[in-house]
Design a protein around this ligand. Structure first.
Ligand code: GLV
Ligand code: MN
Ligand code: MN
Ligand code: MN
Length: 413
């Protein structure tokens, strides 16, 4: 019963341009960080857009926007599509945004083609996928999956503000989070359209990717203690300089990750309480992460970085404490569901490429409660998390068509 339906890409473009105005103009790029004022404004606009598309929509205790359209068999497990509308600070206009606007467009295509699904279709704009200064990613999808635990809610930023307080400040109800949780049997399938954020599709000349698995991530905080002394008088040979040890740790991350073809490692920040050129730093904090497609590889990266801690302390006469904050295991996408997506892409005339995702996604959390699959479309020059992030409108149209075809095929199986 596949109906011929095409996305209205001009409408997508208009909505995409509007969303790009709801950003923090004090930050570079297009910045709409989770639970910020701009995020709140964008969500109010998206909620209205969902309702206008015919969805019965609301915001849950975690701030997820959830819209549904009832199927002819409302007791059957639902099909869920969506993505996120928050951005990293200084980010672009496509990451997440293509997926949520694309999902709403699929709803309008179904209506235009007079297709009534058997299964209820839920569209979700997940809250704060990108994470926050408290270091917690995938906030809304974890709340839905039931894995946003107390430790995550109590995680603090540099000023001691908890994630729970950040959410409450944005008008949400972290104390009622159990009500945001979905039961595992509720969902038949989770499908997400997203930009690739890397160069693989472009280099292969492909327009559609189907994700095999999503990276594992281990985040860490390294606190280095040194000794505060005068930067003009203390000889180099006797200093205990926390900043030098921290700099050494940054390069350890680079060296350890570079030694493995499949791994990456990134330091996000080095901070010191005494940012003075005439004073030796008595303390420094390094926060970063390692990513790998394999759980064993990720464990080895953690072990190798842990082992370098004592070596650096001997070299710099410092004392370091390394904490592993959070690990997400690598998450394979569902093979059966991915095969349906491949079929839908082929039916749309595409030659989809299977590929691994080094970026994380709400599909990691959704996989805990439902078979999940992801559709990727090309990112120009593989750039993402930067203002230059770009995806051609024609590719967005292709991606929405494949999402539409996948929904129909999942419902028909
Ligand atoms: C978010 O985009 C991530 O990959 O952490
Ligand atoms: Mn994203
Ligand atoms: Mn992102
Ligand atoms: Mn992401």
């Amino acid at each position: 019963m596949t109906a011929p339906a095409t996305p209205e890409t001009e409408r997508f473009e208009r909505e995409w341009l509007h969303l790009a105005t709801l950003v923090d103009s004090d930050l570079p790029g297009w910045s709409r960080t989770g639970f910020s004022e701009e995020d709140r404004a964008a969500r109010a606009w998206l909620l209205a857009l969902m309702r206008d598309a015919g969805l019965d929509a609301y915001s849950d205790a975690a701030g997820n926007l959830i819209g549904s359209i009832e199927g002819t068999n409302p007791t059957a497990p639902a099909i869920v599509i969506g993505s996120h509308s928050d951005t990293v600070p200084g980010g672009g206009r496509f990451d997440g945004i293509v997926g949520i606007l694309g999902a709403i467009e699929v709803v309008r295509m179904l209506r235009a083609a007079n297709v009534r699904l058997r299964r209820t279709l839920r569209v979700v704009d997940f809250a704060n996928e990108e994470g926050n200064p408290q270091g917690v990613k995938l906030v809304g999808s974890r709340a839905i999956a039931g894995s946003l635990d107390r430790a995550a809610l109590e995680a603090v930023d540099a000023a001691g503000v908890t994630l729970a307080a950040l959410m409450t400040g944005a008008g949400h109800s972290p104390e009622l989070l159990s009500g945001a949780r979905w039961r595992p049997g509720d969902i038949d399938a989770y499908l997400e359209l997203h930009i690739e954020q890397g160069p693989v599709l472009t280099e292969a000349g492909a327009h559609i990717g189907v994700v095999t698995s999503i990276c594992g991530i281990s985040t860490f905080a390294l606190d280095v203690a040194g000794r505060r002394d005068h930067g003009g008088t203390m000889p180099m040979s006797t200093r205990s300089d926390a900043m030098c040890c921290a700099a050494d740790a940054v390069l350890s991350v680079q060296q350890i990750a570079s030694a493995r073809a499949e791994a990456v490692g990134t330091v996000g920040a080095v901070t010191t309480p005494s940012p003075l050129t005439n004073t030796i730093s008595e303390a420094a904090r390094v926060t970063g992460e390692f990513r790998s497609p394999s759980a064993a590889g990720l464990a080895e990266l953690r072990a190798e970085f842990s082992a370098t801690t004592a070596v650096r302390d001997r070299r710099h006469r410092t004392r370091s404490r390394l904490q592993w904050l959070h690990t997400d295991a690598p998450t394979p996408m569902d093979t059966g569901l991915s095969a349906i997506v491949v079929g839908a892409a082929e039916a749309a005339g595409e030659r989809p490429l299977r590929l691994y995702s080094g970026a994380t996604h709400d599909g990691v959390a959704m996989s805990e409660i439902a078979p999940s699959a992801m559709i990727f479309i090309p990112s120009r020059d593989g750039r993402s998390h930067c203002p230059e992030e770009w995806t051609e409108l024609a590719d967005i149209g292709r991606g929405i068509s494949v999402l539409y075809g996948s929904v129909i095929a999942v419902d028909a199986r």
